[in-house]
Design a protein around this ligand. Sequence first.
Ligand code: PMP
Length: 360
Amino acid sequence: MKERIYNFNAGPAALPQSVLEEVRDDLLNYKGEGLSVMEMSHRSKTFDGIIKDAERLMKEVMRIPDGYKVLFMQGGATLQFAAVPMNLLAEGQSADYINTGAWSKKAIAEVKKLGKQVNVIATSEDENFSYIPGTFTVTPDAAYLHITSNNTIFGTQFQTYPDTGNVPLIVDMSSDINCRRIDVSKFALIYAGAQKNMGPSGVTIVIIREDLLERSPDNIPTMTSYKIIGEKDSLYNTPPTFGIYVIKLVLEWIQKTGGLEKLEAINQQKAKILYDAIDKSDFYRGTVRPDSRSIMNVPFRLPSEDLEKQFVAEALENGMLGLKGHRSVGGIRASIYNAVPLKAVETLVRFMEEFEKKNG
Ligand code: PMP
């Protein structure tokens, strides 16, 4: 393959080409320092500049108000499933969770493993997670409410976020962070594995309201403690330096693209083209209730599993990768994250029309 492939992977996923080019240009000799970012001390002045820029850019791009801290952690979003209750769910308290799919379930399972109390206040499991529950009542004295903003496997997404009053709202934004403008002040804590919209795997972004940092008990492992990681500005131990550097470049790319308003408009346009193609056809069938559709992960079915296999194989022959649905649900899934260009989606839709003509 001479050209870069159209990458519809769910994660790790497409990165902006200009970011990769900058990484390539900087790889052997970063800004004339004679070494790669991978090879430099995490205590060096240069890396300190990189991590501070990454935090500053995160605040600028997301318009994070004062009183929040941005942490770069390890262990993926999966470690956050445990870190959240370890830090923020004290003995004798319980936490509310909304179960919208496989990742919510895993988050809930980690709380139970710790022997802590969970209230699942809403679930869409009755209809195979094809929608986002609209009504639920937050337990007034819950330690927090946890939601999964975008369900990567099922292709559902919260269109708006619930008002939780005094109960802190915690959100797993792994697969839709920075796909649109949000009001960060509504959230107590946002976490996201970087490998979909922000950079390579190995870094987890945690945005936490500073008053919560005080809640971390002393008897939890250091690497899970928001308090310690916060006090040390994410440099308690050796952080994933290269990943943080790439995140900084991705944030600069977001700014150059025109910020989150612009990205959201492009993301809406990409999603509309794809959903329109599904809706107008009797051959393709969407699996998500229209009011809950994700603009990041678009799952759909064909009339048979054989046709789905053929679709994935022929798409690959036509330069489109990663369209197979998650192994737990089957079907097709197109992940159209920030870095997937409009042209990739247009190419996919043209391919879908031709495939239907031949096989419909
Ligand atoms: N939450 C969501 C919404 C995800 O999509 C994923 C990964 N696909 C995870 C959590 C788990 O992330 P990680 O692999 O970084 O632990």
